[in-house]
Write a protein that binds this ligand. Structure first.
Ligand code: GAL
Length: 656
């Protein structure tokens, strides 16, 4: 199978989405001059070009793209060619309203924006296949082409009639009989028993709370249907260019797609990362998405999009202070990215994203944004040989699962304060602050290579996942689990006793009486720390109680349990406490931080034989690094001590 390396050819790839159809031709030449001066090696063409390529049904306008492909090739810039299928032209919705998605309230999502297509629409799929086929036939042999980019950020839900029919087909395949479906969905509750497949609907807005398993299956179905759309286009381009890798870009840590499943269908895993420059923990977020994407890719990955400056879809959109874009880009490289790209090359002057930054901002060539773009391009060139293709070692894994996230979000949940991604982020942050590089893992995957595995909060676990966690600990691994884990089976049926019996046994829990969620801002005192968000009324069995609750109704009951190498945290400790606890457990498990004694805000990551250091703050700091090293960025040799300034980066290789 082709891989990222086939497109990068052993180098770090640098570039971005390029939308030349928004500009007159003379700007294209100017763009090429600037691209070359910035060390750009790759552009992604055609992401939103459908109405330009097919202005009327069945017509083709390839001339402009021919010119651009040739121009790119003549200038030594590779092309990641996109299928334009995420934004159908207006004629499609007008002539074929069946291609438009419908919301849960029954409202049609009209053209005039983007991503207004129904994954289940046969008409949409036919047009998408046709334009993909023609693009692949025309450009498959073009020397500029390095990779395919299918669609863009698949994310559209559809509750319409064609989707309803597809949902029924999907359910029939899954359950075989209506009895099995009724049993899995628990339809005896509230008189929901189905007597015919035709009676089943997507979970459209009902009078009161929805059937949670119906919702869960609809999430699984939606992810699968979007994936079907991807696979259909991927297979078309693959037929023409079996030697070229194919990708589609994920939104980071997004709820709609089971990215574990999707990644298996991609040659290259790519993602779009937009940390908020105003988020004091933006660097941790960037690290987390990098770790997650690397784990999905099982190796180097592609940062398909980031912003050179502000985005324009937050309430208040902050620019990036000087140096921050470089810092976060190099941080992504340290976390395994072999491609650093942006949305987009040149900032638009019209359209919905004219206030969204580009590598060339409205300020132009002399603007700070482009000057920083140039500097980064030069530095990536410098690092390229030493970095590209190398692995990022991790001794710790965070277990994360989309299905559990979906089940956790149901209408009738225990606490709407529990925000699954925020809980995962809190655990990743604790490990990140403790200096560990972490992988992400799926609940059913073999875990024995990790010294420490943490499960921040997996409400739903399949039998296979439960067995996997038990096997991991029985085999000598150390497991730390967060609250409300293992409560439900894969049909979202609550397990007897409120927690799977094998897990209770593993954690040494005798009984679980009640879940006691905490209101926003309310905390519970525990021995030596403060718990947030959640607490549980537990009785310890074989476990040792490491910390008790010391306030409120649960005063005196166990908060943190330890049963050999299995730990259970029935609350979410505040950040410093979670960090310290995980650092202690990691140390006992033999997992070592990348470097010890780092000043606050400094991150160390190993990739291949290199040690990356990042100062995420603005002050000058001194970092002790045993031994003599060359800093590949500054070209200097450092002996035992490295100085980093505001947003400073060092990339060190041991001196011979
Ligand atoms: C991404 C998208 C791009 C652009 C960008 C703006 O979600 O793929 O096309 O819209 O956001 O931040």
């Amino acid at each position: 199978m082709p891989e990222l390396n086939d497109a990068t050819r052993g180098r770090l790839l640098y570039g971005g989405d390029y939308n030349p159809e928004q500009w007159p031709e003379e700007i294209w030449h100017e763009d090429l001059r600037l691209m070359k001066s910035a060390g750009v090696t790759s552009v992604t063409l055609g992401v939103f070009s459908w109405s330009t390529l097919e202005p009327k049904p069945g017509e083709r306008e390839f001339g402009w793209l021919d010119t651009l492909m040739d121009l790119m090739h003549d200038n030594g810039i590779g092309v990641v060619l996109a299928t334009p299928t995420s934004s159908p032209p207006p004629w499609m919705g007008r002539l074929h309203p069946d291609t438009l998605p419908v919301t849960e309230e029954g409202r049609t999502e009209w053209w005039g924006g983007r991503q207004h297509f129904s994954h289940s629409s046969a008409t949409y799929r036919r047009y998408a296949a046709a334009i993909t086929e023609d693009l692949a036939a025309r450009y498959g042999g073009h020397p500029a082409l390095t990779m395919w980019h299918i669609n863009n950020e698949y994310c559209t839900f559809d509750y319409g009639d064609e989707s309803a029919a597809a949902f029924r087909r999907w359910l029939r395949e899954k359950y075989g009989t209506l009895d099995a479906l009724n049993e899995a969905w628990g339809t005896a509750f509230w008189s929901q028993g189905y007597d015919t497949w035709d009676g089943i609907l997507p979970p459209r807005r009902p009078h009161y709370m929805r059937n949670p398993t119906q919702v869960l299956d609809f999430r699984r179905f939606t992810s699968d249907m979007l994936l079907e759309c991807y696979v259909a286009e991927r297979d078309i381009v693959r037929r023409h260019t079996p030697h070229l890798p194919v990708t589609t870009n994920f939104m980071p840590f997004w709820t709609g797609q089971d990215a574990w499943k999707w990644a298996e269908q991609e040659d290259v895993v790519s993602v779009d990362i937009y940390p908020d420059p105003a988020d004091g923990w933006g660097a941790q977020y960037n690290a987390m998405i990098g770790d997650m994407t690397r784990s999905q890719a099982r190796g180097p990955w592609m940062l398909m999009e980031q912003a050179a400056g502000p985005v324009n879809w937050r309430g208040v959109n902050h620019p990036k202070p000087r140096g921050l874009n470089r810092l976060w880009s190099l941080q992504s490289v340290a976390h395994g990215a072999d491609a650093i790209c942006y949305f987009q090359w040149r900032q638009s002057r019209q359209g919905a994203e004219k206030f969204h930054s580009g590598m060339v901002s409205h300020a132009g060539e002399q603007g700070r944004t482009f000057q920083e773009t140039k500097q980064l391009g030069a530095e990536l060139t410098l690092l390229s040989d030493a970095v590209a293709g190398s692995a990022v070692p991790a001794e710790v894994a965070v277990v994360h699962d989309w299905e559990s996230w979906w089940a956790d979000q149901q209408d009738g949940r225990i606490s709407s304060e529990v925000d699954y991604p925020a809980v995962v982020r809190a655990w990743h942050r604790a490990l990140w602050e403790a200096g560990h590089t972490t992988d992400f893992a799926r609940p059913e995957q073999e875990l024995s290579r990790y010294k420490l595995v943490v499960v921040p909060h997996l409400y739903l676990l399949t039998d296979a996942a439960v067995d996997n966690l038990v096997t991991y600990v029985r085999g000598g691994g150390t497991l730390v689990s967060g609250f409300h884990t293992g409560a439900a089976d894969e049909d979202d049926r609550i397990r007897a006793g409120g927690m799977d019996a094998r897990l209770r046994d593993l954690f040494g829990i005798a009984t679980l009486q009640e879940w006691w969620p905490l209101d926003a801002g309310v905390t519970v005192q525990c021995d030596g720390f403060v718990g947030t968000l959640w607490s549980e009324e537990l009785e310890a069995g074989s476990a040792e109680t490491v910390a008790h609750y010391r306030s409120g109704e649960l005063d005196g009951l166990p908060a943190v349990l330890r049963n050999g190498c299995a730990w259970y945290l029935s609350t979410l400790p505040e950040p410093g406490a979670l960090r310290d606890l995980l650092a202690r457990v990691a140390d006992r498990a033999g997992a070592r931080p990348v470097l010890t004694g780092l000043p606050a805000g400094v991150e160390a990551v190993r990739r291949g034989d290199l040690l990356f250091l990042f100062q995420h703050g603005r002050d000058k700091v001194t970092v002790s690094v045993p031994g003599r090293h060359h800093d590949l960025l500054s070209g200097s040799t450092v002996d035992g001590v490295v100085e980093l300034g505001r947003y400073g980066v060092a990339v060190l290789r041991k001196a011979a």
